[in-house]
Design a protein around this ligand. Structure first.
Ligand code: PPS
Length: 283
């Protein structure tokens, strides 16, 4: 009885600590953005986790600059403001970056104000494949013992989770405030790369020449990004004993079906109809 009580208490304390930590991170992020100077030329790559963010950053970087890949890490040329706020970096660093700025964001819809100066590209990926990619990510960087089912439970079934996949994507697809958003899917990039890049270029008013397209094809290929993984993955040491060669992992579509059991697939289908189906035409 005593042991049970202590375990319960410990679990509760961990939960309180985690919530508090998340709230502090969020607050820091909000404060950081208060001094952020917006520009019309800003491009935000917004995604749920593991949906092709880095791939889109590389595509945009090659579309909007001369595509010099000599940088140490993609965040040097396409920052992730939330990460900078967590690391207590001054917002002046972001404010003094040359235009156009390509910024990564995993922020939920409500984070963005009703009117923004720049443009947003939202990358959506099949949730079943996100579940697999996210599971590997958390196994590599958070908890080596986590199971696929535990991870699925946390990010897909828990309605109140901050990063519930269904809720996060629904709000972005719904786009209540009519923010300037171009929707691109991971699957479109995989299956129809050139047409999708042309659509992105059109949205950003860029003349897509054969030279630029070739550069994007080369630097945005899975093979190139895998070969130069240290430029894109988590920056060691995030924590000791973590895996650093699986950020650019498989880059496949359809893996979700191999990992999910019948109940999870049924659950996914049901929730999809409720949350995503009404906005499917936007994808
Ligand atoms: S993160 O941590 O949320 O920013 O991750 P994110 O960049 O959004 O997603 C990582 C997944 O994208 C895959 N990826 C690619 N797939 C195809 N082609 C290219 N060029 C490419 N670059 C990254 C990466 O491998 C992760 O997916 P999985 O399924 O784990 O392989």
């Amino acid at each position: 009885m005593y042991k049970k009580f202590v375990t319960l208490l410990l679990k509760l304390l961990v939960k309180i600590y985690k919530n508090l930590e998340a709230t502090i991170v969020e607050l820091k992020h909000q404060l950081y953005f208060m001094d952020f100077e917006e520009r019309d030329s800003d491009v935000f790559v917004v995604t749920y986790l593991k949906s092709g963010t880095t791939w889109m950053q590389v595509i945009l970087y090659n579309l909007l600059t001369d595509g010099n890949m000599d940088f140490e890490h993609i965040y040097d040329v396409s920052p992730w403001p939330k990460n900078q706020s967590i690391k207590n970096e001054p917002v002046s660093k972001l404010n003094s970056m040359p235009s156009p700025r390509i910024m990564k964001s995993h922020d939920d819809y409500s984070f963005f104000s009703k009117e923004i100066k720049g443009k947003i590209i939202y990358v959506y990926r099949d949730g079943k494949d996100v579940a697999v990619s996210l599971y590997h990510h958390h196994k590599n960087y958070r908890d080596p013992n986590i199971t696929f089912d535990e991870n699925f439970e946390e990010f897909f079934t828990k309605e109140k989770a901050v990063m519930n996949w269904f809720k996060f994507n629904k709000e972005w697809l719904e786009n209540k405030n009519n923010l300037p958003v171009l929707y691109v899917t991971y699957e479109q990039l995989k299956n129809n790369f050139e047409e999708t890049v042309a659509r992105i270029a059109h949205y950003l008013n860029i003349n897509l020449t054969e030279g630029i397209l070739n550069r994007i094809r080369e630097h945005g290929s899975f093979e190139f990004m895998k070969e130069h993984e240290s430029k894109f993955g988590l920056i060691p040491p995030v924590k000791e004993n973590k895996v650093y060669n699986e950020f650019i992992r498989k880059g496949k579509t359809g893996e979700g079906n191999e990992y999910m059991n019948d109940n999870q697939i049924a659950f996914f289908k049901k929730k999809y109809i409720e949350y995503i189906k009404p906005f499917e035409h936007k994808l």
